[in-house]
Design a binder for this molecule. Structure first.
Ligand SMILES: Nc1ncnc2c1ncn2[C@@H]1O[C@H](COP(=O)(O)OP(=O)(O)OP(=O)(O)O)[C@@H](O)[C@H]1O
Length: 253
């Protein structure tokens, strides 16, 4: 059997005695874009925080590309190919787009020599060539020398995706990627994500916009009160009685 991009088994997490995640197990197979959905407070962000190592687990295991990352320090998890893109973009707003790419690439190379190399002095350094190519591939090359803080939100979001893939991510966790985007930015983001999927990158998406989920996700995992209540294609889980009940009074699923 092929190794899953992400495997979560028997996950449990409480905050001050209040259960946030209970016996949660699911897998994200390689190349299968998966959505994690559920009403407010269902535990979606907590799952992302556990997988990225912001919190420690109470019980259970988390495996990324076959490597057990359950107790791995957060900053080392990218070495297994898993990365997270935050709702509040974590680009350095005072640096240019290209400089942000170089910071991302640094994650892959932590040798002292790499840390001391003054990239500004090498206009055609391999990393710059690679970063420019990745920006061009995503139709973002026109922004390469702009300061990130001055760019539209939708563009920054997509630059954040390029940065994550340049840092070596093969499994990307996206926290509400479509939130705050206008319709044309949402379309550009969708096209960008489809291009990443075509390159073999696996996406795990927390998203409230079901049209967006429907347009890119093959599989959906539904949480309610920290437990998995359904899993499968969106068209199927929509019909599930438990899912319908969980969403009563909340947004339409
Ligand atoms: N650091 C924390 N301290 C205490 N409780 C927390 C913490 N993080 C999450 N929780 C609780 O865990 C439960 C799940 O919250 P979580 O934010 O994961 O839900 P969510 O599905 O992401 O919700 P939303 O869609 O509103 O973002 C909630 O009851 C929340 O109050």
């Amino acid at each position: 059997m092929m190794t899953a991009a992400l495997s979560i088994q028997g996950l449990n997490k409480s905050f001050a005695g209040v259960r946030a995640i209970t016996d949660l197990s699911f897998e994200v197979p390689k190349g299968v874009t998966t959505a994690l959905i559920g009403p407010n407070g269902a535990g979606k962000t907590t799952v992302f925080n556990l997988v990225s190592g912001v919190y420690g687990v109470d019980a259970g295991t988390i495996t990324a590309n076959g490597v057990d990352i359950t107790h791995m320090p957060s900053r080392k998890r990218i070495s297994t190919g898993i990365a997270r893109s935050f709702q509040n973009i974590r680009l350095m707003s005072h640096l240019t787009v290209l400089e942000n790419m170089l910071v991302g690439q640094h994650v892959r190379n932590t040798s002292l020599r790499a840390l001391l190399t003054p990239y500004r002095l090498f206009p055609n350094h391999r990393w710059k060539v690679e970063a420019r190519a990745a920006l061009a591939e995503s139709g973002l090359e026109e922004w390469a020398n702009e300061t990130v803080g001055a760019l539209p939100y939708g563009v920054r979001k997509r630059i954040d995706l390029v940065r994550a893939t340049l840092a070596g991510a093969s499994v990307l966790m996206l926290d509400e990627p479509a939130a705050g985007l206008n319709p044309s930015e949402t379309n550009a983001l969708r096209d960008h994500l489809k291009a990443l999927m075509a390159k073999g990158i696996t996406l795990l998406v927390v998203e409230h916009d079901m049209h967006f989920v429907d347009s890119i996700c093959e599989n959906v995992v539904v949480l309610n009160f920290g437990e998995k209540i359904a899993e499968g294609p969106l068209s199927q889980v929509r019909q599930n009685a438990k899912v319908r009940e969980a969403y009563i009074g909340a947004e339409e699923v």
